[in-house]
Ligand binder design. Structure first.
Ligand code: HEM
Length: 441
C-alpha cells in the first residue's frame, strides 16, 4: 500500500505494529473473558474484556462510579466483575474481610497515582512505606498535641462565626458550604504548616483556593484514566498551568506557597525555630524520628503537604457541611444540642475545653453516611435518616464496627480521628449560634 509522501517501508512497519497491537488486544480480551481467574464472576461483558469500560462510564458518560456500581449490583448480585482484574462487593460483611489489619495489600497504582502524591503517606502504594511516614508524623496528630493546639482551631471557628454574625446582622445569607471549607482550609494549613491561607476573610467565602479545589476535581477523573495527560499537566511550569486552566490558578498559588516553604525549610532548617508551634517539617526533618530511614526529598515533602491539605480540608469541610445541613433540618435536635451545650457553656466568650466537649453525650460521635456499608438497612435502621441517637443506645457499641468513613485497616489514618473530632466538635460554637433565618446551604 502506498501513501503519498511516506516511504513504503514505514507504512509496512506501521501496519505491522498496529496489527500486532490489535491482535494482542483481541487475545487478551479472549483470555479475560474465558480463562482469567475471575472469569466465573458475573458482570458486564465489556468490563470483563477491558478496563476501558470504567473509562467509558466515568469519562465519556460522566457518571459517578458509585452510581454505576449500584446499578451493576442490582443487576448482577452481591459480587460483580467490574473490570478484567477487579471485583466489587456490596455485602457489608465483606467490608471487614477486605479492610482489616491483617491485609497489607498494596494500593492500586492506577487510582492512587492519579493524585500526583506518590511519595506521601496517602500515595505510597505499600503498607511499609506509608506506615513509616505515618509513624514519623504521629506526634503531631496525637491526642495530646491536639489538646495543646485546640486554641488554634478555636481561633478559626471564632473568625468564621464573626463573619456569619456580621452577614446575619446585615440580613445577608452565608454560603456555609464555602464557609466551612474556608474554616477547614485555614485550620489545616495553620495546623500543619503554620501558614494560614486566610480563606475565611475572602468576600463571600469565595477563596480562590477553595474554588480551585472544587474546579480541579473533574480533572482527577481524567488523570486516573489518562496518565499521559496527568504527567503533562503536573510537569507544566506554573505560569503555563495558570494560562491553560485559569479556574484552578488558586491551586497553583497554593502549590507555590507550599513548595516555597519546603525550599525554605530545606535551605534553612533553623527557620523552623520561628514557627509558633510544631509543624509537619519538625517531624519529617528530624533524623531521630526517621529512625535510620533517609530524610524525605523535597518532592516527597511537598507531596506530603499537598496530601494533608487535600485529605484534611475537603473531608472535614464536607463532614461539617453534612452534619450542619441535617441538624438545621431537625429543629428539635438543634434545641437539644443547644441545651446540652448551654449546661456546660454558660458564657459564650468562654468556650469549654475540648476535654469537656468530648464528654457530652450528644456530641460523642459524629458520623457521615457513606455508601454501601453506611446505607445498609441490615446494619443501620433507616440508614438515610440523620439520627444521632442511633449512637447513644445501650447496644450502640456494636455499630461502631460499621462506621467506616475513615476507612479501616492498615491504610486508615488513625490520628485523623483526633484531629477531625476536634474540628467537628469545635464547630459546636457555630451550631449554637445558628439562630438567624438567613442561612443559604
Ligand atoms: C471527616 C474527615 C475525614 C474523613 C471522612 C477521612 C477519610 C479517609 C479515608 C476513607 C481514607 C482512606 C483513603 C484511601 O486509602 O483510599 C483516609 C486516609 C487518609 N487520611 Fe483521612 N479522612 C478525614 C480527615 C483527615 C484529616 C484531617 C487528615 C490529616 C490532617 C487526613 C489524612 C489522611 C491520610 C494521610 C490518609 C492516608 C492513610 C494511608 O493511606 O495509609 N484525613 N481518610
Amino acid at each position: 500500500m502506498a501513501i503519498p509522501g511516506i516511504p513504503p517501508k514505514i507504512v509496512v512497519i506501521a501496519i505491522g505494529l498496529l496489527s500486532a497491537w490489535l491482535l494482542q488486544k483481541i487475545f487478551s480480551g479472549i483470555y479475560n473473558v474465558f480463562y482469567h481467574p475471575v472469569a466465573g464472576f458475573p458482570g458486564p461483558r465489556a468490563a470483563a474484556i477491558t478496563a476501558w469500560y470504567k473509562t467509558y462510564q466515568e469519562v465519556f458518560r460522566g457518571r459517578s462510579w458509585i452510581d454505576v456500581l449500584q446499578e451493576l449490583h442490582k443487576k448482577y448480585g452481591k459480587i460483580v466483575r467490574v473490570g478484567p482484574n477487579e471485583l466489587h462487593f456490596s455485602d457489608p460483611s465483606a467490608y471487614h474481610e477486605i479492610y482489616n489489619n491483617n491485609n497489607r495489600w498494596d494500593k492500586e497504582a492506577g487510582l492512587y497515582h492519579s493524585f500526583g502524591e506518590d511519595r506521601s503517606s496517602f500515595g505510597f502504594l505499600t503498607y511499609a512505606e506509608s506506615k513509616q511516614r505515618k509513624d514519623v508524623m504521629a506526634p503531631l496528630f496525637s491526642r495530646r498535641a491536639i489538646y495543646e493546639l485546640q486554641g488554634l482551631v478555636q481561633s478559626h471557628i471564632d473568625r468564621l462565626c464573626k463573619v456569619l454574625e456580621t452577614n446575619n446582622a446585615a440580613g445577608k445569607s452565608s454560603d456555609l458550604f464555602f464557609g466551612l471549607r474556608c474554616f477547614t482550609m485555614d485550620t489545616i494549613t495553620s495546623f500543619c504548616f503554620a501558614k494560614s491561607v486566610d480563606a475565611i476573610s475572602e468576600p463571600d467565602f469565595k477563596a480562590p483556593i477553595i474554588e480551585a479545589m472544587e474546579a480541579s476535581l473533574p480533572a482527577f477523573v481524567i488523570f486516573k484514566h489518562f496518565s499521559l495527560i496527568r504527567k503533562a499537566v503536573f510537569n507544566m511550569p506554573p505560569w503555563l498551568s495558570v494560562i491553560t486552566s485559569p479556574q484552578t490558578s488558586g491551586l497553583i498559588h497554593l502549590q507555590q506557597l507550599l513548595g516555597s516553604q519546603v525550599t525554605e525549610v530545606l535551605n534553612n532548617p533553623d527557620s523552623l525555630q520561628d514557627a509558633p508551634h510544631r509543624i509537619i517539617y519538625h517531624e519529617l526533618l528530624d533524623p531521630k524520628a526517621q529512625k535510620g530511614a533517609p530524610l524525605p526529598s523535597a518532592g516527597s515533602l511537598y507531596e506530603e503537604a499537598q496530601a494533608l491539605m487535600f485529605g484534611g480540608g475537603d473531608t472535614t469541610g464536607n463532614g461539617l457541611m453534612l452534619g450542619t445541613f441535617h441538624l438545621l433540618e431537625s429543629p428539635a435536635l438543634v434545641e437539644r444540642l443547644k441545651e446540652e451545650l448551654r449546661s456546660h457553656w454558660p458564657v459564650l466568650e468562654n468556650p469549654p475545653k475540648l476535654e469537656v466537649l468530648e464528654k457530652l453525650p450528644f456530641l460523642t460521635i459524629v458520623g457521615i453516611s457513606g455508601s454501601f456499608v453506611h446505607n445498609s438497612a441490615d446494619i443501620f435502621k433507616n440508614p438515610k435518616d440523620f439520627d444521632p441517637d442511633r449512637w447513644l443506645q445501650a447496644d450502640s457499641a456494636s455499630l461502631e464496627k460499621w462506621l467506616v468513613a475513615f476507612s479501616k485497616g492498615p491504610r486508615m489514618f488513625l490520628q485523623t480521628v483526633n484531629y477531625t473530632s476536634h474540628s467537628l466538635r469545635s464547630s459546636d460554637a457555630l451550631i449554637s449560634s445558628l439562630t438567624g433565618p438567613v442561612w443559604a446551604i
